[in-house]
Every structure is written in structure tokens, then in C-alpha cells.
Design a protein around this ligand. Structure first.
Ligand code: FE2
Length: 193
């Protein structure tokens, strides 16, 4: 026997279209913007600024390595450094924009960059050492981003999504760097043999 639909009680819950407007705090004020999240925006911006400085540090590092390898026997390595610098810069800008969205101020203070980056200052000059240090820096960055993603997991899904995207880039950088290191190492050994 077929049941007749109950037309008196709709399964769709009544929804007042003006209600979200009342409850959503539509304001430029940073606390109001995030009032529905358990997010400490000040702390979030502080962490993101440390991340930004680290990306800035990596960007400068790859630009330095790009210039240092131009005119050598490895033009493809110089091109790879250029591509990496551009990617680090893109990620840095995205982090800065997120800080801005959260009501913070993006800090591009290069004076503090080397002290407050995840990784250490670059003092190497030969190509193999550069690549090795870059690989270490990328692996450190991967570990840091994994921890950051956990810390933003529930409180700020937008930032978490951004960090996951950057983590994917850092993993790609590390893989590329490992391949580059082994290729250059092989070429140099063949050259000297
Ligand atoms: Fe990277």
C-alpha cells in the first residue's frame, strides 16, 4: 500500500531569510568577522607572519641561487631556482593576504627574516652545497607546515586550506630538489672522472 505524503508537515525546516543577516556579524571589525570561529586572530596572524617571513627568506634564497648559477654549466638549474623563487613569492603573497583578511598586518621586515625563518641563513657558494641546503630547508618547511595545518585544523578551515596548498608546493619543491641534486652530483662526478 502506497503511503501518501504528509502535506501538513514539510520535512524542510522553516528558514527565515533575514535571520542569517541578523546573526552574521557583517563587519570590518576583525573580532566580529571571526565571531563564529574559535580563532584567536592575533595569535593566528603572529603565526602566519612567521610563516610569511620564512617564505620571504626562501624567496630571497632562491633568487640568490638563481643569480649565482646563471652563466654556469647548469642553466636549467638557474631556471629551476627562478621558478622556485616565483612559487615561494606567490605563497608569501597568499599568506600576506590571509593575514589581511584576519585583520592583521603582514610583516615583510627583512631585517628579522634570517632570525625568524624556519630555516637557517644560507652561507654556501658551491652548487652541490646550495642544493643540499635547499633540500634540507624544504624538508624542514614540510614538517613545519604539517604542524601548522594541525593547529589551524578546526579553528580556521580557510587558513588550513591555504597551508595545505603550500604544503603540497613544498613537497613538490623537495622532490624536485632531490632530483636536481642527484643529477648535478652525477654530472660533476662524470666531469671529474
Ligand atoms: Fe619551498
Amino acid at each position: 500500500m502506497r503511503s501518501t505524503p504528509n502535506t501538513k508537515h514539510s520535512p524542510v525546516r522553516p528558514f527565515k531569510t533575514k535571520e542569517p543577516r541578523k546573526t552574521t556579524l557583517w563587519s570590518w571589525d576583525k573580532e566580529a568577522l571571526n565571531a563564529d570561529q574559535a580563532l584567536d586572530t592575533e595569535q593566528a596572524c603572529k603565526i602566519l607572519n612567521e610563516t610569511l617571513r620564512s617564505e620571504l627568506f626562501h624567496f630571497l634564497r632562491y633568487r640568490h641561487h638563481e643569480i649565482a648559477t646563471k652563466g654556469t654549466n647548469f642553466p636549467l638549474v638557474a631556471a629551476e631556482f627562478k621558478a622556485l623563487a616565483e612559487n615561494e613569492e606567490t605563497n608569501m603573497i597568499m599568506i600576506a593576504e590571509r593575514i589581511n583578511q584576519l585583520g592583521g598586518k603582514a610583516d615583510f621586515n627583512t631585517m628579522e627574516t634570517s632570525d625568524r625563518s624556519f630555516t637557517e641563513t644560507d652561507t654556501t657558494s658551491d652548487l652541490i652545497s646550495m642544493l643540499r641546503e635547499d633540500l634540507i630547508a624544504e624538508r624542514i618547511a614540510i614538517g613545519v607546515y604539517k604542524k601548522l595545518i594541525q593547529s589551524f585544523e578546526m579553528s580556521d578551515p580557510t587558513t588550513r586550506y591555504l597551508l595545505e596548498k603550500i604544503l603540497g608546493d613544498e613537497e613538490t619543491h623537495a622532490r624536485g630538489m632531490a632530483e636536481l641534486l642527484s643529477t648535478v652530483d652525477r654530472h660533476q662526478q662524470e666531469f671529474h672522472s
